[in-house]
Ligand binder design. Structure first.
Ligand SMILES: Cc1cc2nc3c(=O)[nH]c(=O)nc-3n(C[C@H](O)[C@H](O)[C@H](O)COP(=O)(O)OP(=O)(O)OC[C@H]3O[C@@H](n4cnc5c(N)ncnc54)[C@H](O)[C@@H]3O)c2cc1C
Length: 475
């Protein structure tokens, strides 16, 4: 196919390959450059492998706790870590293989292996090959952040990538970072059988969520005997293989936590360093993300940035939606913008956290008059029947516009149930549409209309007009 393309996609993450395929289907000559594996983080070391492992961990937990449901396991529950890893590897390999087969079957699309670096705004170097593109789409994702902590470089620490390669049970896993990725691994390994300690710098777990949600998550972790240390500043790390010691300052007091293995899960940074963006004139923001407009065009008009590198998402579905936005605008004469997107995500602890729109904290600081409906999961029939009643659901409504502002469901099926709420938000209709919807019984979703039927003013926001029948929106 030569070295000259109408479009070049750098990075085969969650948007690039799909955009490349759409362009190739139009007959354009397209190159996809990937330095590691097709499918990027989600397929190889993110969503797919972690959720596969979470499923194994849940199976172990259910087996160990089977007596709760009146089921007797006639012997010890043993987790075969090699088999758990093999199952994960197989599912990952299938996903990667399907992608390779699909892309390989597109006649005008070339997959080029290697790391791409800009030579100039239209030229990229991959090994000793130079390729040029009329349009260039960057989809290089993010990588785990490894902090500068004295001693860390001298101990064999794990990241969310390297932990995918282990096929044994760490006797005591110390997890640095009590946010989404850290919590998934912490609970998973506890359920596999490790002792687990989570160390978080903020004063609570998942500090981007509302404080009550952090408390509920902490209670879930306490119930599984996962040690959590919050408000902890790590000052030094020491040790060697199978022996790691993390020194902390907690409230001014020094403390050392000893474990067998260390997982560093304190966040992810955009993978831009290798790209040589200065040679193309592509600008970064002060957090290191590539700056784009609302249609994902960078500071260079023929270069786009999609996925985690643009700082507008950080999830597989947001990267996928970036592809949809760019494809709609470039190929379908559409006019889509990223700012039309409503934030949504799941945290795949068990029970999971489903989130969309604003948190209560954000709603308070928005200056709106806000109503909240809230129910403990212990009042949800389905949760009681399953014997898994941890968590709560809360929905926030603008008292004046009657639009739903956001929701949080921490509880069984919370990652699924959240979608009827976000769909109502996308439909741009008042909350009463969802309040009057009939949901099937017995589901977690059936409580959503009930929660919306019991809205109260959100503490800390201006009060809405009081109606004789209770608090109702002013219109
Ligand atoms: C442990 C973990 C769990 C996660 N779980 C979830 C989840 O449950 N749900 C969810 O929505 N999100 C989850 N995420 C986040 C999700 O994986 C990412 O947001 C998603 O993969 C989108 O990434 P992307 O398309 O921006 O690029 P990526 O998927 O990161 O792919 C980027 C690709 O670019 C390649 N690349 C980088 N630099 C170059 C270069 N110079 N030249 C050529 N190729 C290059 C990389 O090798 C990589 O293959 C998780 C992430 C992690 C780490």
């Amino acid at each position: 196919m030569g070295n000259s393309f109408e479009a070049i996609v750098v990075g085969a993450g969650q948007s690039g390959p799909f955009l490349a395929a759409r362009m190739a289907e139009r007959g354009q000559r397209v190159a996809v450059i990937e330095k590691r594996w097709l499918g990027g983080t989600c397929v190889n070391d993110g969503c797919i492998p972690t959720k596969t492992l979470v499923a194994s961990a849940r199976a172990a937990w259910v087996a160990r706790n089977a007596a709760r449901w009146g089921v007797t396991i006639g012997g010890p529950v043993v987790v075969d870590m090699a088999a758990v890893k093999a199952r994960k590897d197989q599912i990952v390999a299938e996903s990667r293989g399907n992608l390779a087969t699909w892309l390989g079957g597109l006649p005008s699309l070339a997959v080029i292996e290697g790391a791409a670096r800009f030579v100039d705004a239209h030229t990229l170097r991959v090994g000793d090959r130079e390729v040029t593109g009329d349009r260039i789409f960057l989809n290089t994702g993010a990588r785990p952040i490894v902090p500068q902590i004295p001693g860390l470089g001298d101990v064999p620490y794990l990241t969310s990538e390297s932990i995918m390669n282990i096929d044994f049970l760490p006797p005591h896993l110390v997890v640095l970072g009590g946010s989404y990725i850290g919590l998934e691994f912490a609970q998973m390994y506890r359920r596999f059988g490790s002792a687990v300690t989570v160390i978080e710098r903020a004063d609570r777990l998942i500090p981007r969520e509302d404080p009550e949600i952090s408390e509920e998550m902490a209670a879930i972790f306490a119930g599984e005997a996962i040690d959590v240390v919050c408000g902890a500043e790590v000052t030094a790390i020491a040790g060697g293989p199978g022996d790691v010691r993390v020194t902390l300052s907690v409230g001014g007091q020094a403390r050392t936590i000893a474990g067998s293995h260390l997982l560093v899960a304190i966040g992810r940074a955009p993978a831009t360093a290798e790209l040589g963006l200065a040679a193309a004139g592509v600008a970064l923001d002060d957090r290191g993300y590539i700056t784009t407009d609302d249609r994902l065009v960078t500071s260079v008009p023929h270069i786009w940035a999609l996925g985690d590198i643009n700082g507008k998402g950080g999830f597989t579905h947001t990267s996928w939606d970036d592809f949809q936005v760019v494809a709609a605008n470039l190929l379908d004469a559409g006019n889509r913008r990223v700012s039309e997107r409503i934030p949504i995500y799941g945290v795949y602890t068990d029970p999971p956290l489903g989130r969309c729109g604003m948190t209560a904290t954000e709603a308070r600081s928005s200056g709106r008059r806000v109503l909240i409906g809230k129910r403990a999961m212990s009042r949800v029939g389905r949760a009681r029947e399953r014997g898994e009643t941890a968590g709560s659901m809360q929905i926030l409504v603008d008292a004046d516009t009657r639009q739903i502002l956001g929701a949080t469901i921490l509880g069984i099926e919370g990652d699924e149930a959240i979608h009827s709420i976000v769909d109502t938000m996308y439909a741009d209709v008042p909350y009463t549409v969802l309040e009057r919807a009939v949901h099937a019984h017995p589901t977690v979703s059936e409580l959503i209309p009930t929660v919306l039927g019991s809205l109260q003013p959100l503490e800390g926001t201006a009060s809405p007009v009081r109606h004789p029948l209770g608090f109702v929106p002013s219109r």
